[in-house]
Design a protein around this ligand. Structure first.
Ligand code: GLU
Length: 603
């Protein structure tokens, strides 16, 4: 559970932002976070009440949605360090009300220049996932802190130094270890024990997870944030933090007697010094009169959702039973993921046949392979979008090649959604990839390094071409799907989720629930989830509550098979209403429940 101790909240608000200049956010009467808030004047939603409260307090002090999103992300780097932080990367989608335009900020991790694909194969076979995961090789050049700085400089009203203050306070004063934090540590305990810096921070002297209720402090991370606040971005990309990152990646601090081999990576200072945030135009697509704006390549979320919805648009939800419509949705998702896995990669390295994939004629052709009366029993093959725009140079992945989305791994990441009184909106997904990234805390600096290089594909044949194969300087394909949805030019919904490949289906199912089935947004988020990602065995993964539902029984009769995945995703969202009010939302239950707040609650 994400709970907020009264005293921590007060000190966060007073000391973090300065009592003199910042009006205090309303202190919740109950210590429990609320996953829903209705009102106006600005809003924020995240997985953690401390992060949401910090975002609201900067909004109340006159900051905008961009300031609020970065403030929340800074706090999450402290309180939810297994999901996101300055050792990772992210995708931020920003709607600027003044000018009515959407921009995206790609601060995805990038492969070091010496990361040749051959380093990721041993004995002719790809490194096993576990060996790749907890290694220096899995770490890409982190983009998060430069992404924050770029977002604030271009679109914010506060400096990075200002917005880091609440996070510094939380890191110094500490916060109560909750069940989620405890479980995240417990699930990773073996590998955390193998890394001396990680064990020293996240385990007790007896090498156990910190018990629920312990006040957890991270003075090293407070020092790191403070260094960045004082010296700016160069200290991270060229100065002492850069040197500490390179030293950690190339000489991982392995505990004596460790249970595994922790392979060193090949990152150099020059990789950090040359890291660039990329401001990209958004990818937009249309579905039933709505316009969806999200991340372009190397994000795969928006394109895969567009492929799914282009197929689905031909079916009318009001003339079908819910299960009949869901059947079409799952089959459309299967076909869309076949194309995603075959064609999408970093556009700086490969030619992605985007126009062909998105053409209505391609959708019409592809729809002929969607069985409306029976679920496919096996994985779908990708289509051929090249003729649809006369493009001939896309390189599809070899058939049957390994996907980087094993689907059953308990991945982490987190999503933040904010808006302000002026109508600016931020939909921001940030990540260190796996739960606790590569498991290695940078000694003396208090943050995990990412393992984002495991998002590349490693085909069985080390020389087979693949659009998402690793290469020096390349960004791995991502499933992160921060989205903002508009109708007739006005924002309707901003949302996103963690969850690896299930991010895409979680966002897709939430949209269908809300826009097609007409569920109120809180119900659309809470509803049990199902995810079809074109797995080789043809099965969908689903939450147990979905498997037990009448829809699942009807879908089973059509040949659908489900694998219990436990909980899927952790959405945060803001729904915009025509009267100017908003509903801010987080999960009521998944990941212990999240926190949504508004600046001026509705009476
Ligand atoms: N690394 C994932 C991606 O970029 C996000 C982390 C997750 O698995 O949730 O697609």
């Amino acid at each position: 559970m994400r709970r907020l101790a009264f005293s921590v909240h007060v000190s966060l608000l007073c000391l973090g932002l300065g009592c003199a200049s910042v009006p205090e956010a309303r202190i919740p009467l109950s210590s429990a976070a609320s996953p829903i808030a209705v009102g106006q004047g600005g809003a924020a939603a995240s997985v953690d009440v401390r992060a949401t409260a910090a975002a609201i307090s900067i909004l109340k002090a006159g900051g905008n949605a961009i300031d609020a999103a970065v403030t929340a992300a800074g706090v999450l780097g402290v309180t939810d360090p297994f999901s996101c932080g300055i050792g990772g990367g992210g995708f931020m989608v920003v709607y600027l009300a003044d000018g009515k335009r959407v921009v995206t900020i790609d601060h995805r991790e990038t492969a070091p220049q010496k990361l040749q694909r051959s380093l990721l194969y041993e004995g002719g076979a790809p490194l096993p996932f576990a060996a790749f995961l907890t290694s220096g090789l899995s770490t890409g050049v982190p983009g998060t802190i430069k992404g924050w700085d770029e977002a604030l400089r271009r679109y914010g009203t506060r400096s990075l130094s200002d917005v880091l203050q609440p996070a510094i306070r939380v890191a110094e004063q500490g916060f109560d270890v909750d069940t989620t934090f405890f479980e995240q540590t417990s699930r990773n305990i073996e590998r955390f024990r193998d890394i001396s810096s990680t064990a020293a921070l996240y385990l007790t002297p007896e090498s156990k997870p910190w018990p629920v209720g312990t006040v957890f402090k991270n003075p090293d991370l407070a020092k790191t944030y403070r260094l960045v606040a004082q010296e700016g971005i160069p200290v991270f990309y060229q100065g002492e933090i850069a040197r500490a990152i390179v030293s950690t990646v190339t000489r991982p601090p392995v505990t004596q007697g460790a249970s595994r081999t922790v392979r060193p990576g090949v990152m150099q200072l020059s990789d950090l010094a040359s890291y660039e945030v990329i401001i990209r135009p958004p990818m937009s697509s249309n579905y039933r009169g709505y316009t969806l704006y999200g991340m372009g390549l190397p994000g795969s979320g928006s394109l895969t959702l567009a492929l799914t919805f282009n197929l689905l648009e031909a079916y009318d939800p009001s003339s079908l039973s819910r299960s009949a419509f869901l059947h079409r949705y799952l089959e459309a998702s299967r076909l869309a993921f076949a194309d995603r896995n075959a064609f999408i990669g970093d556009p700086a390295f490969i030619s992605v046949p985007e126009k062909g994939l998105l053409s209505p004629d391609y959708a019409a052709e592809r729809r002929k392979t969607l069985g409306v009366s029976r679920a496919s029993a096996q994985a779908a093959e990708p289509g051929n979008p090249l003729p649809f725009v006369g493009q001939t140079n896309g390189v599809p992945a070899p058939s049957g090649s390994a996907s980087s989305d094993p689907g059953v791994l308990d991945k982490e990441t987190t999503h933040i959604t904010t808006t302000d009184a002026a109508g600016n909106i931020v939909s921001y997904t940030c990540t260190v990839e796996y739960e606790g990234g590569n498991g290695i805390v940078v000694p003396g600096y208090g943050f995990f390094l990412n393992n984002e290089m495991t998002d590349f594909d490693l085909p069985a044949d080390p020389s087979a071409p693949h659009p998402n194969a690793p290469a020096p300087g390349k960004r791995p394909r991502s499933s992160m799907s921060p989205l903002i949805v508009f109708k007739n030019g006005a924002p309707v919904l901003a949302l996103g989720s963690p969850g690896g490949g299930t991010i895409i289906t979680t966002v897709g199912q939430t949209l269908i629930n809300n826009l097609d089935f007409g569920m109120p947004i809180e119900q659309a988020i809470a509803a049990p989830r199902v995810s079809q990602r074109n797995a080789p065995d043809g099965r969908s993964t689903a939450e147990p509550e979905f498997i037990a539902s009448p829809e699942a029984t009807e879908l089973s009769a059509l040949g659908h098979q489900f694998t219990d995945a436990g909980q899927i995703g952790a959405v945060t969202a803001i729904r915009f209403h025509p009267d100017g009010t908003v509903t801010a939302l987080a999960e009521p239950r998944r990941r212990g429940g999240g926190s949504a707040m508004v600046v001026s609650p509705a009476k």
